[in-house]
Ligand binder design. Structure first.
Ligand SMILES: [Fe+2]
Length: 297
């Protein structure tokens, strides 16, 4: 495991945008001194029944970045999402910036290339992205240095991105009362997820943690920001030291819970698009078209 360059003296301004259709939160992290920014996990709107795309959520992000006179340097995907489509290419076309994801995307492309019976035109080398992050890789947002921490389990390519005192955890953790994300997609692993969570919880206690999803458990308002200290004290799946849930206990709980979950509503369009860096697959005539594999997922 690399030594991660944690630096709590750097404080990005984080503005977050909740998408009520998919319960996803997109974050814009800004370097206050240079006005450079990075977007973590954008959302493209889809009416799946009609096969129609729209851009209201992405346009809100674009308007914010323009109004604040920010320079967009990065569009980062914490992982290949199964519950919403990425708007990274749409935002990149408008504002520039590089699209990055974890280097293990190639494994996800291999797995789902088979699921969707993709032909040779579908490259399984991550070349749809501008940057593939390895564990411990650094990058800059203005004067700030961020790093990627490999946190597999929910998917093999999941990364937690740390920028100063802010960490974007993707689906490695939910808010303390939401627990954790499922680990039963192809390539997921509950034991790996446990180890990844321990990596996140080994960050400094004051580290701000930003979630990718929240479902407002028990009727509470939607929230997306917590700290390492809060998660260590109260996460309902990981358990506090006092409650003593060890790895075997976590794997049992996670596995039993995953057996009760149905597939996310948008998994079929999401994966086909997101494993291509947010680009639509096309049919033989070059027009965008999605497939539905039968009795495969
Ligand atoms: Fe996810």
């Amino acid at each position: 495991m690399p030594t991660y360059p944690v630096d709590l003296s750097v404080h990005p301004d984080v503005t977050s945008f909740f998408d009520p259709d998919t319960n996803t939160i997109s974050h814009v992290a800004v370097d206050p001194s240079t006005r450079a920014c990075a977007v973590y996990d954008s959302v493209l709107d889809i009416d799946y029944a009609a096969g129609r795309l729209s851009h209201a959520h992405a346009d809100t992000l674009i308007a914010f970045i323009r109004e604040q006179r920010l320079t967009l340097e990065w569009l980062i995907e914490t992982h290949v999402h199964a519950d919403h489509l990425s708007a990274a290419p749409y935002i990149q076309e408008t504002l520039g910036g590089k699209i990055g994801i974890g280097a293990k995307i190639v494994e996800v492309q291999e797995t789902f290339g088979k699921v969707f019976n993709e032909g040779t035109a579908f490259q399984r080398d991550g070349s749809q992205f501008d940057r593939l992050f390895e564990d411990g890789d650094t990058y800059t947002v203005g004067s700030m240095t961020g790093f990627a921490m490999h946190t597999p389990g929910h998917t093999p390519a999941c990364m937690t991105h740390v920028l100063g005192d802010a960490a974007f955890v993707g689906d490695t953790l939910f808010m303390p009362d939401g627990g954790t994300a499922r680990a039963d997609f192809p390539g997921g692993d509950a034991g790996e997820l446990y180890d990844s969570i321990q990596k996140v919880l080994a960050l400094p206690e004051k580290m701000r943690l930003f979630m990718c999803h929240d479902y407002g458990p028990n009727g509470r308002d939607i929230r997306w920001e917590t700290t390492v200290a809060e998660e260590k004290a109260r996460n309902i799946h990981v358990g506090s030291e006092a409650q003593g849930r060890d790895k075997a206990g976590f794997v049992k709980l996670r596995t039993e819970r995953d057996r009760t979950l149905s597939m996310p509503r948008l998994i079929i369009p999401s994966i086909q698009v997101n494993m291509r860096g947010g680009h639509m697959p096309t049919g033989e005539d070059g027009r965008p078209v999605l497939k539905v594999p039968i009795n495969t997922l």
